[in-house]
Design a protein around this ligand. Structure first.
Ligand code: SF4
Length: 691
């Protein structure tokens, strides 16, 4: 077992002795001296085997002359460092033995060069769908969704003809809904601009909506055999440990280094029908030729192998170094072994004494290791790489929500015949195209101070933009109106707060339930046309996602089967509890002061997938029939997913809604988000949230 970072009471570690064959072995005593480990004054050449273009190149030495012409040169002190081919061979041979284990239907042993153009395009589509689904989602979760998706949209052309509702219906339960939207947009681009065939190069793929550097590298290598890198969280972890690189993960220099290293390490696709030829190994034995490992598509196999290693062996916690195919090339494992066996007695020269590096040769990429003193440094472990990210604090936001129901008579009971108002969210941004109850995102300055009456005022203004009803509908003095055709409010009550955690926001939904009675459901207003800007009473703008022209009445019993997000499912669950007078389920309370309106009620907090999956699972757990099943389901959903996240720039756009003179005019801002592409570290595939 590898050493743990803080294992004060841990038994003696049984790591093998230092790997003195590692090219950096002679530097280990200086770099890992407990007294200086935290300062980490190591030379740049310490990240030796990487053969990175970041290293200075010198005039070729005699050994360098033996390198292939297109192989990057190593710094002079490390001419004999591990070659990329050694790493490639070890990992590809390992991957050959494990690639079938997890039963991924999109993983295929095929030489892309033997496929027709159409077959290549189809292969690209299959890989594209799998890679998008795998972002921040576990393989075992993705497999049934991938099959369902390919049944429903077997080709790019079939997907391009779909609308967002069909796409979201297939995606429902997988979370991060913007991924489904990106696939749909991309399919349309492929049909419109590429005659229905995905481009085969990473550069060409970057021109498709929704495909970034990570996906472009994955698709071009796995589907088309192109020599292109892909870097996600798993790859960052493996490469950082291989190189013992402790750089700030968000620093440009770290990102550039990791991408450059990933680029260098991708093996080329050997020329077809080239006779495999054995080569001399470093130990004088015969190396297994690269042609004989990694199947017919080396770049694709390499990239999948790196991710597989990160997901199954080089895991964030407790990596299985003794079973790792790269243990002899891994610098962080060499470090851990050295520390476990470091000479303590004076004069013990188990390793060669170092020569101090020149100051100009020191590494500029690494930050000090997080050790307070020499005792802590002696617990040095591979887990210290990559450098821990500073956790960004999630924004806390509040949303006022109104569950609007219509019934035909005041004494109406039951769900059958009852209608509920749902509004489709904008086609861009968080939870794009999903349905929700009418909602107003409260301005930040109101988030901690809103009152139920101020929220009610916001919601009243919103409802008069969605429904053809007068503002007087909400005035209690007008509820005794003798007109039987005018909608009247027969009940209005607060629902328990619901807190939903998204990837970058913790949002509290302050909900109320409003029941209207009239002979028929109030007419829906059409999409509003822009009108001259007016200020509302407070002069403050609201962020509103519920827009006129996008609402619909649905039967109450059909609410859960509409394309709704996880938070909406939870709100509906609370409404059902209130309707059926069921007790609340106590859950973790949100930090911070209690809000008026939810006073005395426990807020409901759950980090969920943004899907109905959690909603239904919770229903099961409420009943007494299947607590064990609910527990199992919860374990199966261990992914701890949060809702949509893309790299976004918030670009508020003002859309003024025209309303009749008697209605308070609300300036509405639609929060739009622009996804931009830059070479960055993609969200981890096939990996739980490390947090
Ligand atoms: Fe990761 Fe350990 Fe393998 Fe290094 S030896 S790559 S740290 S599992």
């Amino acid at each position: 077992m590898p050493p743990k970072k803080k294992a004060a009471a841990a038994p003696a570690r049984a790591l093998p002795p230092p790997n003195t064959a590692h090219p950096c072995a002679s530097l280990l005593p200086a770099v890992l001296a407990p007294a200086s480990l935290a300062d980490r004054p190591h030379p740049a050449a310490y990240h030796c085997f990487l053969q990175s273009p970041f290293y200075p190149t010198e005039a070729p030495t005699s050994s360098a002359k033996k390198r292939k012409r297109d192989e990057p040169a190593l710094p002079p002190p490390l001419d004999s460092a591990v070659e990329a081919e050694v790493v490639q061979r070890a990992l590809l041979a390992w991957f050959d033995g494990v690639k079938e284990k997890r039963g991924m239907p999109w993983r295929k042993e095929v030489d892309p060069r033997t496929l027709s153009e159409e077959e290549r395009g189809q292969r690209g589509y299959e890989v594209w769908v799998s890679e998008i689904m795998l972002q921040q989602t576990r393989v075992e979760t993705v497999i049934p969704y991938w099959r369902k998706w390919m049944d429903k949209f077997p080709t790019v052309a079939a997907l391009a003809k779909a609308d967002i509702e069909e796409v979201n219906a297939v995606w429902q339960g997988l979370g991060y809904y913007s991924r489904a939207k990106r696939l749909l947009d991309g399919a349309k681009t492929v049909m419109r601009e590429h005659s229905g065939l995905l481009p085969s190069t990473a550069t060409g793929l970057l021109s498709i909506d929704g495909i970034g550097p990570y996906s472009a590298g994955a698709i071009s290598s796995i589907a088309f055999g192109e020599r292109s890198a892909m870097v996600d969280g798993n790859v960052v972890r493996v490469l950082s440990r291989l190189a013992a690189l402790h750089g700030q993960q968000t620093a440009k220099s770290t990102t550039a280094f990791i991408w450059a290293l990933a680029d260098v390490l991708v093996p080329p696709q050997p020329a077809r029908k080239k006779k495999a030829k054995a080569a001399d190994g470093a130990d004088g034995g015969k190396k297994q030729p690269l042609e004989d490992v990694g199947g017919p598509n080396k770049p694709g196999a390499w990239n999948q192998a790196l991710m597989e290693l990160g997901a199954t062996v080089c895991t964030p916690k407790n990596p299985d170094c003794p079973s790792c195919p790269l243990q002899n090339q891994c610098l962080s494992y060499a470090e851990a072994r050295y520390v476990a066996h470091a000479p303590r007695a004076k004069g013990d020269t188990a390793l060669t004494a170092p020569s101090a590096p020149d100051i100009e040769d020191l590494c500029t990429l690494c930050s000090p290791l997080p050790y307070e003193d020499a005792a802590e440094a002696r617990q040095h472990s591979v887990e210290v790489y990559p450098m821990a990210k500073e956790k960004a604090k999630k924004r806390e936001e509040d949303t006022a929500v109104c569950v609007v129901e219509w019934v035909p008579s005041e004494d109406f009971v039951g769900e059958e015949g009852r209608m509920v108002l749902l509004v489709k969210r904008p086609e861009k941004g968080l939870l794009a195209g999903l349905y929700e109850f009418p909602a107003v995102d409260l301005p930040p300055e109101e988030a901690s101070s809103s009152t139920s009456s101020s929220r009610t005022k916001h919601l009243n203004s919103l409802l008069t933009t969605l429904l053809d009803i007068p503002s007087s509908t909400f005035r209690s003095s007008d509820q005794t109106s003798s007109s039987t055709s005018t909608p009247r409010v027969i009940s209005r009550q607060a629902l328990p707060e619901v807190v939903h955690v998204y990837s970058h926001i913790t949002r509290t939904y302050l909900s109320e339930r409003l029941v209207l009675v009239s002979p028929s459901p109030p007419t829906l207003r059409p999409a509003a046309s822009p009108s001259p800007s007016k200020k509302d009473d407070s002069g403050k703008a609201q962020l509103v996602q519920s827009l006129a022209g996008r609402a619909k009445w649905v039967h109450a019993e059909d609410v859960p089967t509409n394309n709704i997000g996880g938070a909406v499912g939870k709100i509906w669950e609370e409404r059902e509890r209130v309707e059926k007078r069921l007790p609340e389920v106590a859950r973790k309370a949100k930090k911070g002061p209690a809000k008026e309106g939810g006073k005395g009620k426990k807020p409901l907090v759950e980090k969920g997938q943004g899907s109905l999956m959690g909603f239904f699972a919770k229903k099961e757990s409420v009943g007494s029939a299947a607590p064990e099943k609910a527990k199992k389901d919860a374990a199966a959903r261990k992914m701890e997913e949060v809702d949509d996240e893309v790299i976004v720039i918030d670009e508020p756009k003002t859309v003024e809604l025209s309303t009749e003179a008697s209605v308070v005019v609300t300036e509405v801002k639609v929060q739009e988000r622009s996804v931009y592409k830059k070479r960055r570290i993609a969200p981890s595939s096939d990996e739980e949230d490390e947090g």
